[in-house]
Design a protein around this ligand. Structure first.
Ligand code: SAH
Ligand code: SF4
Ligand code: F3S
Length: 482
């Protein structure tokens, strides 16, 4: 599952181009790890824990790929010599969890002098966080951000050689480093970054500040990566970006997301294409058309609405109205009638009135989402919304949140029940966690089905009859395999 190993000669000094430079440092780090491992009489182990979204999950696979190349073996967190937290800061509770977990690591680290702790990801891009770590969490070894994860080997070498805390945070980057190792969680499916960063500056959101400006990968690099993944056994890809619908706009030779999808569709051996996230403001008719005729794009669209109130949407800087959103949904359903729609909703944005909230409920009733992620508004310092005056009291927000969740869940159950009795194709992902006689498969519409099967079926497709809807998943039976 690893990628190419460019030919580097260690005698010729440190390469100044990437990824060659990193392969050089991987070799150096390997020697440090080997010598420590000899000293300890056992292999060194690592654990990468991911917080946050699929972007972070994909970044963690890159970290794992580098760590394995360096000679570390993966282990559970409480047995790991090197613990890395890949952090998220989209809502306050994400940060709180990281500080809590760090507190628990401290005594472990005091017991084992060779243990190392690394922190990276979105939270590290916030200067106040790094200040707090420097002051109160001196036992952390390595701090880096979202723009330089590809440098992990180089940073590890600095840590081994300096013997003290290493901090490397970049404010932004225009660089995309290709062809580094990565270690996928699943053999048969993979995330693929198509772009990094975000330029939208929704007024509540910290992501543009911690992930930097939008940059698209060259289509050739994306296609090459997917071809390699397919050759390696992958049949389903998830194209990742904060706003995939604006993919390609900043490239020297601009290309649309829809055109990219059509190129990816041609890759032989690839069965399923997913993508996230789609911003409603940039979802084009061309994309709807491509989705309508595609045989590989999954029947699922995650289309975050955030709020149903046009006033609030304006204050959120989302650039669409309630009516425009509903019109988009109508057009998508016309082109792809069996599509499953999911969304993100924020409750309690500053200034949200009961009337605004009713507009959100109205959208939920009209669209009838297959599922919705609902969030309590979280104030992120530095964002425009944090400075808005009319923050909504906590108890009001909580009450709205509970009402919304009730509606969302009721509708999701009804929507799920519609497919009962149908036969659908599932990609088997795992043996069911609760019952080892069952396997868990993912349907094109992103819902899960549990049905009788064995471990050998993992990574294969099966036609499954959806016998019974259990709210958010199905119990099924095997119709035919292949
Ligand atoms: N780029 C994606 C979303 C990234 S963040 C998009 O535009 O859809 C994932 C979700 O977190 C967002 O859709 C939003 O619903 C939620 N979110 C972001 N900032 C938030 C905040 N300050 N408080 C509560 N939820 C937030
Ligand atoms: Fe945040 Fe908006 Fe960018 Fe999504 S599109 S990451 S919500 S700023
Ligand atoms: Fe969190 Fe960063 Fe993703 S803030 S949601 S991990 S882009």
């Amino acid at each position: 599952m690893s990628m190419m190993n460019p030919d580097i000669s260690l005698s010729s000094g440190i390469p100044d181009t990437e990824p060659e430079r990193q392969y050089y440092y991987i070799e150096m780090a390997r020697r440090h790890v080997a010598s420590r491992s000899k000293e300890m009489g056992r292999p060194l182990t690592f654990c990468v824990t991911t917080f946050g979204c699929q972007m972070n999950a994909r970044d963690s696979e890159k970290l794992r790929g580098i760590l394995e190349r360096i000679g570390y073996e993966e282990a559970a967190e409480d047995k790991a010599d090197f613990v890395i937290y890949n952090t998220c800061t989209v809502r306050e509770n994400a940060n709180t969890r990281v500080y809590g977990r760090l507190g628990q690591l401290k005594p472990l680290k005091q017991k084992s002098p060779y243990m190392m702790i690394g922190l990276c990801g979105c939270m590290m891009q916030e200067p106040e966080v790094v200040e707090r770590l420097k002051k109160s969490y001196r036992f952390v070894d390595l701090i880096f951000g979202t723009h330089n994860i590809y440098k992990l080997a180089e940073l590890i070498v600095s840590r081994f050689e300096s013997g003290s805390m290493v901090i490397d945070i970049w404010e932004d980057t225009d660089k995309i480093v290709e062809d580094l190792p990565n270690e996928r969680k699943y053999a048969f499916k993979s995330g693929v970054n198509i772009m990094f960063g975000c330029n939208n500056f929704c007024s509540y959101c910290i992501v543009p500040y911690v992930r930097g400006r939008e940059r698209s990968r060259a289509p050739e690099a994306i296609i090459r990566e997917i071809r390699q993944l397919v050759a390696d056994g992958v049949t389903e890809v998830m194209l990742l970006g904060q706003n995939v619908n604006s993919y390609g706009k900043t490239l020297d030779t601009p290309i649309t997301f829809a055109a990219l999808l059509e190129e990816i569709e041609k890759i032989e051996g690839l069965e399923r294409i997913r993508f996230m996230t789609s911003h409603p403001k940039d979802l084009s008719d061309e994309l709807i058309e491509v989705m309508g005729r595609s045989r590989k794009i999954c029947r699922h669209l995650h289309l975050p609405v955030q709020s149903g109130s046009t006033d609030i949407l304006k204050k959120m800087n989302r650039h669409y109205t309630k009516e425009q959103y509903l019109e988009l949904v109508r057009k998508i359903r016309l082109a792809v009638p069996d599509i499953s729609l999911t969304t993100d909703i924020i409750v309690g944005f500053p200034g949200e009135t009961e009337e605004d909230f009713q507009e959100t409920l109205d959208v939920v009733h009209k669209v009838r989402y297959d599922s919705a992620f609902t969030f309590l508004y979280s104030k992120r310092s530095g964002t425009p919304a944090a400075a808005m005056e009319d923050q909504v009291p906590e108890d009001v927000v909580k009450d709205r949140f509970d009402r919304l969740l009730g509606e969302v869940q009721k509708i999701a159950r009804e929507v799920c029940a519609v497919h009962e009795g149908s036969i659908q194709r599932a990609l088997v992902e795992s043996v069911s966690e609760h019952d080892s006689t069952l396997v868990t498969g993912r349907l094109s519409n992103n819902l899960l089905v549990h049905f009788p099967g064995t471990e050998e079926m993992i990574g294969t497709y099966a036609d499954v009859r959806l016998e019974e809807c259990r709210g958010f998943y199905y119990i099924g039976s095997l119709e035919a395999g292949r």
